[in-house]
Write a protein that binds this ligand. Sequence first.
Ligand SMILES: Cc1cc2nc3c(=O)[nH]c(=O)nc-3n(C[C@H](O)[C@H](O)[C@H](O)COP(=O)(O)OP(=O)(O)OC[C@H]3O[C@@H](n4cnc5c(N)ncnc54)[C@H](O)[C@@H]3O)c2cc1C
Length: 466
Amino acid sequence: MNLMMQNPAAGAKGAFAAQIDALANRLKGKITLPTHSDYDDCRALALGQFDHRPLLVARVANAPDIADLLDFARSNNLPIAVRSGGHSTCGHGGCEGGVVIDLRALNTLDINCDEMTAWIGTGLSAGEVTNALEKHKLIIGFGDSPTVGVGGLTLGGGVGYFVRKHGLTIDSLLAAELVTANGDILIADNKQNTELFWALRGGGGNFGVVTRFKYRVHQLPEFTGGPMIMPATPEVLAGFVAAAEWAPEELSTILMVMPALPMPFLPPEIVGKTIILAMMAYAGPAASAQAALAPFRALATPLADLVGPAPFSSMYLPEPPGPKPAVSVRTLFMDGMSVAEAGKVLDVLEHCEAPMRMAQVRVLGGAAARIPNDATAYAHRDKRIMTAFLAMDGSPAAAIRHDAWVSSCIKALPQAIDGAYVNFLAAESDRLSAAYPAATWERLRQIKRQYDPENLFRLNQNIPPA
Ligand SMILES: Cc1cc2nc3c(=O)[nH]c(=O)nc-3n(C[C@H](O)[C@H](O)[C@H](O)COP(=O)(O)OP(=O)(O)OC[C@H]3O[C@@H](n4cnc5c(N)ncnc54)[C@H](O)[C@@H]3O)c2cc1C
C-alpha cells in the first residue's frame, strides 16, 4: 500500500526528502543535514552569538552546484545564506531553516608571477592566501584577521595593512566569476558586465555567488612590522593618529585601544590597564622604515616595541583559544582625532563591562583615497579615519548589553561624520544608508534589479531591487 496516498502531509514530506536526496546525488559537493554528525561543525560561524540551524549546509564543489542549489531553494521558497569565511558581523553566513551555500571547498589558488595576477577561490581565508603568496614575496592587502574569508571581505571593500600603499582589497580586484540568481555563470571585469563589476566592489553579496576572484598581486620584497604598545593618554592617541596621517604611504597602522592582555613582554602591573596596541605595517625597505617609525616612538616611551623586519604573516595575531566570543560592533568615519576626541574614546572604554572591549582606529588615505568616490560601490575614499568600537564576551546574552554600549560610543564622538563601512555594520537597517550615499545606493538598486530582481540574495546588507 502507498502510505503517501493515505496521508498527504507525510506524502509531501516524503517528496521533499526525496528532492533533497536527488539534490545530494546531483551535486559534486556534499550536503550536510541536521541528522549528520558533522552538522554542528558545518553550520558554525565565527562569531559566538549566531546559532542558526539551517535545513542543509551544501559544501559546493563548483559553479553548477551553486546554480542547482539556487534553483532548489527558489522552487521550495527557502532562504539562502552564502558562506565564505563565516565572519559576517550579522551572522549572514548562516540561516534558520534554509540553504547554506558553503564555499569553503572552492579553494583553488592560481598565481601567475609573470602577469602578477592570481585567481583565488572564494572559500579561502585571508591567511591562507597570504601564506601562499608569501612564498613568492607577493601580497594582496586583506584585513587584520587571517580567518576572515576573502569572499565577504572583498565584496565589502577590504581595509587592512596595505590600505595606504595599495588601496582597499577591491583596488587590486581585476575580475570576478559568479553565479547569478538565475543560474548564469558570468565574468565581471572592466570589459564585460562592467556595471556588475562596479557593484561587486563594495556592494556585498547582493548580486550573485562569487566563485573566484582575480586579483593583481604586489611585490613585497621587504616588510617591517609588528606591535608597538604605548601608554593610553589622550595626547599619545591623538598624536599617534596625526603621525599616521602624515606618515609615508608605505606605512599603514591599525590602533587598538584596549585593556592589556597578559603578554610575556609587558610588565605585569600593566595587565588589565588600557593601552594603545598599534600594529605597524611598513611595506618597504627596512632602512627607510626606521625614519617612518621615528615620529611614533618620539610620542612617548613605548611600553613594548616589537616592530622590526619580519614576514608579513607575523602580523596575524594568534586567536585566543576557547569558545568563540560574541562580538558587538559599531563603526564610524572621522575626519581627524583631536586630543579632546581621543579623551572621549578613552573615557567610553571605561564604561563597558565586557572582558575585552576596544576602539579600533584605522588611518586611511594614500592609495585608497586617490581613486574617485564613485569609481566603486565603496564610496568613502575621502574619509580619513575609520573607527570601530568592539565588545567581546563569552555569552550571547551579554552581546545585547554590549550592543547598547557600542551604539552609545559612536554617538559620544562629537565630530562623527555621516558614513559607515558596510563590512563593520551590525544588523542596523537604519545605518545601511550611511554605507551607501544616495547616488551609489540608487545605482546599486538598478544593478540589483538587473541581476536579482526577486531579491533571492537577501540575507546580507540588503540592497532591494529598484
Ligand atoms: C574578527 C574579524 C576581523 C575583521 N577584520 C577586518 C579587517 O581588517 N578589514 C575589513 O575590511 N574587514 C574586516 N572584518 C569584516 C569582514 O570583512 C566582514 O565581516 C566580511 O563580510 C567577512 O567575510 P567572510 O567571508 O568571512 O564572512 P561570511 O559570513 O561568509 O560572509 C559575509 C557576507 O558576505 C557574503 N559573501 C561571502 N562570500 C561571498 C561570495 N563568494 N559570494 C557572494 N556573497 C558572499 C555573505 O553572504 C555574507 O552576506 C573583520 C571581521 C571579523 C569578525
